[in-house]
Design a protein around this ligand. Structure first.
Ligand code: BTN
Length: 270
């Protein structure tokens, strides 16, 4: 089955380019932006050979997984663009819910699959990482900002030995193809991109994101380089920073880092 956009994405004017195999959909999207493409346009494949993750980590996408990137060229600051990652998390969680319900109806199952959002940009199923989001931005010679939001979902396979254990939809018993998930994601993206509204709607995105946040109010350790901040996951602020409340009541805003909950948090994020 070929990749196709959902009906909402089509009527909102989105386009897409699908690849049988590609190095990185993020790299392709940014290269197209440098060549004059301004989107909104999806780049999608079910096999990515040189995928990249957050903090310069590789992101393997063996055949059957979903690697997708949306390119938008917009007039916002890089700090505002960074908050688009939260809208992406909401879109992906919505799409995952939709395809999971449909798959469970097809198999006459009754499992209520629950996904949550882990700061800054992961989607979890239980304690396992199911998907990751990498947002990249570059100022073009025109002065406009090319923003690429790359979304990788473990559909049929998950990597082993990762710092946060990973899972896949197949392992969760959700029998769905990357193409179905992509169609649902493209529609959900159109919905949450509208709410985000070039950052003007981040208040509403933040509210919706916090409703689905993993670990809110729980012990957390955040590692940023050599620094580890430990405390309680209090909230995210109006710029998307994670707020850690220390035992003495101080609230520390964190703009980037790896988050550990539960026993991993109390073990100092090792
Ligand atoms: C993470 O580290 O959690 C983010 C992973 C993001 C992977 C996606 S797959 C589609 C897009 N293309 C890439 O090269 N990376 C992103």
């Amino acid at each position: 089955m070929p990749f196709a956009l959902g009906p909402r994405a089509i009527s909102a004017g989105y386009r897409h380019a699908a690849f049988d195999q590609i190095g990185s959909t993020n790299a392709e999207a940014m290269a197209r932006a440098r060549d004059g493409e301004y989107g909104p346009m999806w780049f999608v494949t079910s096999e990515q050979t040189a995928g990249r993750g957050r903090r310069h980590r590789p992101w393997a996408a063996p055949r059957g997984n979903l690697a997708s990137s949306i390119l938008e060229v917009i007039d916002v600051s890089p700090a505002v663009a960074a908050t688009l990652g939260f809208a992406a998390g909401l879109a992906l969680e919505t799409a995952l819910q939709k395809v999971s319900v449909e798959a469970s109806l097809r198999s006459a199952g009754s499992d209520d699959m629950k996904y949550s959002l882990k700061w800054p940009n992961d989607v979890l199923a239980g304690r396992h990482k199911l998907a990751g989001i990498l947002l990249e931005a570059e100022t073009l010679p025109s002065g406009r900002l090319a923003v690429v939001v790359g979304i990788g979902t473990n559909v049929v396979a998950a990597p082993e030995g990762t710092p946060t254990p990973a899972t896949s939809l197949a392992r969760l018993g959700v029998q769905v193809g990357a193409e179905d998930l992509f169609a649902a994601l493209s529609d959900a993206w159109a919905e949450f991109r509208d709410i985000w509204n070039d950052g003007r709607g981040f208040g509403e995105i933040r509210r919706l994101w916090l409703e689905r946040a993993a670990g809110l109010g729980q012990p957390v350790a955040v590692r940023a380089g050599a620094t580890i901040v430990e405390g309680t996951f209090d909230t995210i602020d109006d710029q998307g920073c994670l707020i850690v409340r220390k035992a003495d009541g101080h609230r520390i805003p964190i703009s980037a880092g790896d988050v550990y909950f539960g026993s991993a948090a109390s073990a100092g994020a090792v």
